[in-house]
Design a protein around this ligand. Structure first.
Ligand code: SAM
Ligand code: SF4
Length: 318
């Protein structure tokens, strides 16, 4: 439990910053069609924040009231110093330390993670069939990812599956995902395809609003709403068959008015919003200048949703 926001970061709309997504690198070994081109140009690893720099920035933000950190990328588990970073952040007084991963390398990390405070793992899985999974990720790693999900569950981690639903590609699998959730007692969150980078080229054709999915599910299942934090990105239900499902409707029901998140890129660019390229380089900021710099960033947080961004998701940190 985080004890005290000493100098809480509250903007003029009353939004308090308490969550940070930390992108460890932009590189990834998958090529999900909505996230990355087939031939991406990744930043040179010499630009990545070193583990001690990540720790320094995060620790300073904890003094300003940060309560939760989620590691992401690119694919965070691909960094050689992944464990060093997790250990450092694990020693901070956070309410929650989490990881968002494609699951490819996860089974190898689970024993290590079991001994840390990183207990919340979100794993991306867009299809329950090998063929469609391969079509979306452009990689033949379905079995590895499934194994990671089931192993993480077995070891007692809080596991959530992230599924981006796309019309005519995987939206016919909704009830398979619901069965999977009930059978393996794992929460599935259906994400609306966001107007970010690569996805802008597919959006008109593939977009499925969360309301359509909810309507479809309601024809077969009774949905009971679950309570969630006021700054949660998702709204959640239990289904009559025992599944736990959530919806991240970033496009049709944006949560900007309650957003409590900042993002740190692999090279130390701290941004106020996923959809805006405004931010500050934090790497070389001296401790005595933090307050002024962070206040600058607070002012950059948009209140209304920005419609689209051309930068790709993997470069921002998802
Ligand atoms: N590589 C890790 C993974 O796939 O979980 C972490 C980074 S990835 C960018 C984080 C999440 O962003 C994934 O669940 C992915 O499906 C989601 N994502 C990427 N591009 C998206 C888009 N345009 N719309 C919605 N979700 C997207
Ligand atoms: Fe990689 Fe995650 Fe982007 Fe897929 S969504 S290409 S796994 S960073």
């Amino acid at each position: 439990m985080n004890i005290k926001p000493i100098k809480p970061l509250i903007d003029s709309y009353g939004r308090r910053i308490r969550k940070l997504r930390v992108s460890l690198l932009d590189a990834c070994n998958f090529r999900c069609v909505y996230c990355m081109p087939l031939d991406p140009v990744f930043m040179d690893s010499s630009r990545w924040l070193r583990p001690q720099e990540i720790e320094r920035v995060c620790s300073a933000l904890v003094d300003f009231g940060l309560e939760q950190i989620r590691l992401t990328g690119g694919e965070p588990t691909l960094r050689d110093d992944f464990r060093d970073i997790v250990l450092r952040l694990s020693s901070l007084p956070l309410d929650k330390l989490g990881l968002t991963t494609n699951g490819w390398n996860l089974t190898k990390e689970l024993d290590f993670l079991s001994d840390t405070n990183c207990r919340h793992i979100n794993i991306s899985l867009d299809s329950l069939t090998k063929e469609i999974f391969t079509r979306i990720t452009r990689r033949d790693y379905f079995d590895k990812v499934l194994d990671s999900i089931l192993s993480a569950k077995r070891l007692g981690f809080h596991v959530k599956i992230n599924t981006v639903l796309m019309k005519g590609i995987n939206d016919h699998e909704i009830f398979d995902f619901i069965r999977f959730s009930a059978e393996h007692e794992v929460e599935i969150r259906f994400l609306e395809l966001m107007s970010i980078g690569q996805a802008n080229g597919y959006k008109d054709k593939l977009f499925v609003p969360a309301s359509d999915i909810i309507q479809m599910i309601s024809t077969r299942e009774e949905l009971t709403g679950e309570e969630s934090e006021c700054d949660s990105t998702s709204f959640n239900f239990k289904t009559s068959s025992g599944a736990s499902i959530g919806f991240i409707a970033s496009e049709t029901l944006p949560f900007c008015g309650n957003c409590s998140r900042w993002r740190l890129s692999a090279d130390g660019f701290l941004r106020a919003c996923l959809m805006s390229e405004n931010g500050i380089y934090i790497r070389d900021v001296e401790p005595e200048d933090y307050k002024a710099k962070l206040n600058e960033l607070l002012m950059m947080k948009p209140y209304r949703k920005i419609e689209r961004i051309e930068q790709d998701m993997y470069k921002i940190g998802g």
